[in-house]
Design a protein around this ligand. Structure first.
Ligand code: SDX
Length: 376
């Protein structure tokens, strides 16, 4: 029986699992997936190569990648029953709630749903990663009163997402930016949503159940919901000339500044450096440079006033906005990216499982005698 430790709020700094997936050096602001630096992966790899790396341990050869992409493409279609369910939802339904429902429903159709073997989990990771991308886009178009765009057979994962979202073949610049964004969100060690998926998996529950739980955790504004909040902040500020006054007012009101700060990166989030470059290119290319300029000014003012650094959700906001992602789909897009990491952690947990069950420190009243109802 392990020694019981004292209370550590938010499990800050607690090592809760071993993982071969992600090396996150918070002190030095470095991040690597299975030994490959995030900067190289984001700038040179595709999301498909990164998913292969996370699931199978190695970057694919050209032949392996061709076969892997064919499997991902074949797995994209979602059941008509799920489309029908989307049509029954209120038009204003939160896309993250629709995504949670979709995940649970896809589990009812998946032939491997309750099979936690390595082979079945690898099949489900690939299938669900493709299906959820289709589901996000299908729900979005249905809530707009439009017909879903069927997944293509000739586009890569990132390009097909943009195609299913808009119905138009995306530009190469937008595809590259979006692909890099998905890679930067793909995996991040034991963040709240990934830890959630591991806790659910540790009970020997299944991948669909764990992913549905992860979506619930990702939804929160302290986690994946921050990206949407950053874009709403930029829209609230309106123009770069208003940034200084906004920061002054926000700090005076002790307002939580979304997109800033991180539990682990105290010296800077390496992902935001890459996203800043991508956001600048995408904002300028789409004629929306003001969002980028506003973000840079906000970054500088907040950093100077409070020493806070931007996290991954800061520059991804103007990036996603400038390539046409609706603001309330930012978090579902983060889910689409994080699917590779979540499912890789679920596979890892099943490979070496022990039920995750921490303790609570009791602060309630001491032992006392029961008083029957007629005497209370
Ligand atoms: C993600 O864990 C991951 O890896 C997550 C993630 C991933 O890839 O999965 O990186 C993705 O979730 C990024 C974070 C997105 N969330 C936000 O941008 C929301 C705003 N950020 C904060 O809420 C906060 O920085 C957290 C939640 C991200 C981290 O919080 P901590 O580690 O619990 O830090 P804290 O809240 O204890 O803050 C320490 C101090 C506090 O000051 P005091 O009250 O002690 O004087 O710093 C201040 C905080 O008030 N502070 C902020 C702030 N972040 C910290 N003040 C204003 N605005 C902020 N954003």
């Amino acid at each position: 029986m392990a020694e019981q430790s004292g209370l550590i709020k938010g499990l800050e700094g607690v090592v809760a699992a071993e993982t071969a997936l992600c090396d996150l050096d918070g002190a030095n602001g470095r991040l690597a997936y299975r030994g490959y630096d995030i900067d190289e992966l984001a700038r040179q790899a595709s999301y498909e190569e990164v998913a292969h790396l996370l699931w199978r341990g190695e970057l694919p050869t050209r032949a392996q990648l061709d076969g892997f992409c064919a499997e991902l493409t074949a797995a994209r279609p979602i059941p008509d029953q799920l489309l029908a369910a989307f049509r029954l939802l209120p038009k204003k339904a939160d896309p993250m709630r629709a995504l949670q429902m979709a995940t649970a429903m896809l589990g009812t159709f998946d032939p491997d749903a309750t099979d936690n073997s390595q082979e079945a989990n690898l099949r489900k990771a690939l299938r669900l990663t493709s299906q959820l991308a289709t589901a996000i886009c299908a729900h979005h178009r249905i809530r707009l009163g439009q017909e879903p765009v069927p997944p293509s057979k000739d586009l890569g994962h990132a390009a097909d997402f943009l195609f299913m979202l808009t119905g138009e073949r995306p530009s190469a610049v937008n595809v590259r930016a979006f692909d890099a964004g998905l890679i930067l969100y793909a995996e991040h060690e034991l963040n709240a949503s990934t830890f959630t998926t591991r806790v659910i998996t540790s009970t020997l529950s299944d991948m669909h159940s764990a992913v549905a739980g992860g979506i619930g955790a990702m939804k929160g504004p302290l986690h994946g919901g921050a990206g949407e909040a950053v874009m709403l902040t930029l829209k609230e500020i309106g123009q770069v000339e208003n940034v200084d006054a906004f920061v002054e007012k926000a700090l005076a009101a002790k307002r939580r500044l979304m997109g800033f700060g991180h539990r682990v990166y105290r010296g800077g989030d390496p992902r935001q450096v890459i996203l800043r470059d991508l956001a600048e290119a995408a904002c300028r290319q789409s004629g929306q440079g003001m969002w980028y300029e506003m973000a840079v000014r906000l970054h500088e003012r907040v950093n100077r006033a409070k020493g806070l650094i931007p996290n991954v959700d800061f520059y991804s906001a103007p990036l996603f906005y400038s390539i046409g992602i609706p603001v309330d789909l930012f978090t579902p897009v983060i889910v689409a990216g994080r699917m590779a990491g979540w499912t890789a952690h679920i596979i890892e947990q099943h490979q070496d499982n022990r039920l995750i069950r921490p303790r609570g420190q009791y602060t309630g009243p001491g032992r006392r005698l029961f008083v029957p109802l007629d005497r209370r």
